[in-house]
Design a protein around this ligand. Sequence first.
Ligand SMILES: NC(=O)c1ccc[n+]([C@@H]2O[C@H](COP(=O)([O-])OP(=O)(O)OC[C@H]3O[C@@H](n4cnc5c(N)ncnc54)[C@H](OP(=O)(O)O)[C@@H]3O)[C@@H](O)[C@H]2O)c1
Length: 253
Amino acid sequence: MARIFITGSADGLGQMAARELVEQGHQVVLHARNEKRAKEALTKVPGAEAALAADLSSMEETKRLAAEVNQIGSFDAIIHNAGVYRVTGYATGAEGLPLLLAVNTIAPYILTCLIHPPKRLIYLSSGMHLSGDPSLKGLQGDQPLASYSDSKLHGLILAKAAARNWVGVYANTLDPGWVPTKMGGAGAPDNLEQGFQTQVWLAVSNEPEALVSGRYFHHQREAHYQLKADDAGVQEQFLDLCEQISGVRFPEN
Ligand SMILES: NC(=O)c1ccc[n+]([C@@H]2O[C@H](COP(=O)([O-])OP(=O)(O)OC[C@H]3O[C@@H](n4cnc5c(N)ncnc54)[C@H](OP(=O)(O)O)[C@@H]3O)[C@@H](O)[C@H]2O)c1
């Protein structure tokens, strides 16, 4: 039995992966944006161990969440699943960061840095990362900004950096496909079941194909990704910029 923490598991792919993992007999800790959503998550995933609450658009709440995760013990796998796609106007998080940048890029960075590394790290990216900007220009300067595509490239770069720096940790990224969740919309054409099976497989399978690091998957197969994410210089620049924004340093192994 493995113990898994999943961000954004009150709904969508996070909730589906959680339910599947519980059904397979694993211990799952859920996460939601606030206490009310955390309670709802627990009722939607019967058998889950607990549900933690933190708004990932707030760097302070995200840091507190990392401390709470560490307090409740160690994990075999963490699925960095929470994300936003459509943001109204120039919405910002508690510290004034654009919402999309805060939730999709900075929150997984902070959690990756501050939670004691599990054996497996899994990041939800998207095929849209292919049009993300590898120059990382948006993260520079006083008013950092990211498009959805940029933020999904950031997740890939973060996973690649963890895979390169942390010996003994399997860190991988996946594209779930365009699937009909709240984010994907009712008309999304891809298979919903396949949209959560890859993260479940990467979290708990002992098949040799799942025990790899620094890879990018779609439907349990390695897929084409932006090769710039393999560039150690790009990874280091990304980690430095996230440190400047969050005040949190990426730990050495
Ligand atoms: N669906 C697709 O077609 C698709 C395609 C490619 C990649 N992805 C990626 O897959 C992941 C899951 O997406 P999904 O389709 O399952 O989306 P979803 O149904 O919208 O679920 C996203 C989850 O993230 C949570 N979340 C959003 N903002 C948060 C915040 N500030 N603090 C805490 N939690 C927050 C949401 O909480 P609430 O329920 O309370 O809003 C929800 O539980 C995302 O990273 C997404 O980018 C999805």
